[in-house]
Design a protein around this ligand. Structure first.
Ligand code: OAD
Length: 228
């Protein structure tokens, strides 16, 4: 079975109703990430940080996977599919994808501030100041903030290096180290990039650009790969 590695970003969830970060209506156009998604922000104003992630978690309970998430599940009938996502939503899992690696953490998980190994699944949207881990420390969102290490990057790079085909969907490819993952893929394998503003991707060999929204571009590409 050939292995397809799929790198996804906020764009794949846009048609489910989740905002991207850098589009004109994106989250980082409305908010300053230094004030919401960094260790400094957490130290200065944990209540504000919790509120930001609570708002996004609440929304996650209200949205659904879209045609692009579901199309990637169909791909599993013919390929060994590994998804590496920068997204903190769980829409790939809810669509039914089997292998999903979250590079930047998961919105529905929280963790201890004294022991990063203590990770808990949250079955409701609100994390409050005063909610504690079993060791008595405040719980924080299980998110990789700006300035923090990306623990899964080594595994992700290894996976990318074993791909027979790479598909990149809905990411501006500006946040490192995630954006560097494509560089680990073999240069001679086919690579596809589905994004309505795909212009920001240069210097990648064997790249086919599909300038479409994920909801139409991904099902079309999947059909082509299943028929080919
Ligand atoms: P960005 O907001 O930087 O980029 C979103 C991409 O999605 C852009 O290239 C858009 O053109 C594209 N897009 C918009 N609508 C789309 C659609 N319907 N179908 C397909 N593509 C569409 O989001 P990311 O690249 O995911 O990190 O951002 C990377 C990281 O920066 C995030 O994981 C987050 C953020 O700060 C953390 O929070 C740690």
């Amino acid at each position: 079975m050939k292995k397809i590695v799929v790198l996804t970003g906020a764009g794949i969830s846009a048609e489910s109703g989740i905002s991207t970060f850098r589009d004109s209506n994106g989250l980082w156009k409305k908010y300053r990430f230094e004030e919401l998604a960094s260790p400094g922000a957490w130290a200065r104003n944990p209540e504000l940080v919790l509120e930001f992630y609570n708002m996004r978690r609440k929304q996650l309970f209200e949205v659904k996977p879209n045609a692009a998430h579901y199309a990637l599940v169909e791909l599993e009938s013919k390929y060994d599919v590994q998804i590496i996502t920068q997204n903190v939503d769980d829409l790939h899992e809810r669509a039914g994808s089997k292998n999903v690696l979250h590079l930047h953490g998961e919105l529905k998980k929280v963790r201890s501030t004294v022991d990063s190994g203590l990770v808990y699944e949250l079955d409701h949207w609100e994390l409050k100041l005063g909610d504690k881990c079993e060791k008595g420390s405040q719980l924080r969102p299980h998110i990789v903030w700006f300035g923090e290490a990306v623990p899964m990057i080594g595994s992700a790079a290894e996976i990318a290096s074993t791909a027979d085909i790479v598909i990149v969907i809905g990411t501006s490819m500006v946040v490192y180290p995630a954006a560097g993952l494509i560089g680990y893929a073999k240069s001679d394998i086919p690579k596809y990039y589905v994004d309505p503003k795909a212009s920001h991707f240069g210097g990648v060999s064997n790249l086919t650009v599909i300038e479409k929204k994920a909801g139409s571009g991904v099902p079309e590409l999947v059909r082509q790969l299943l028929e080919g």
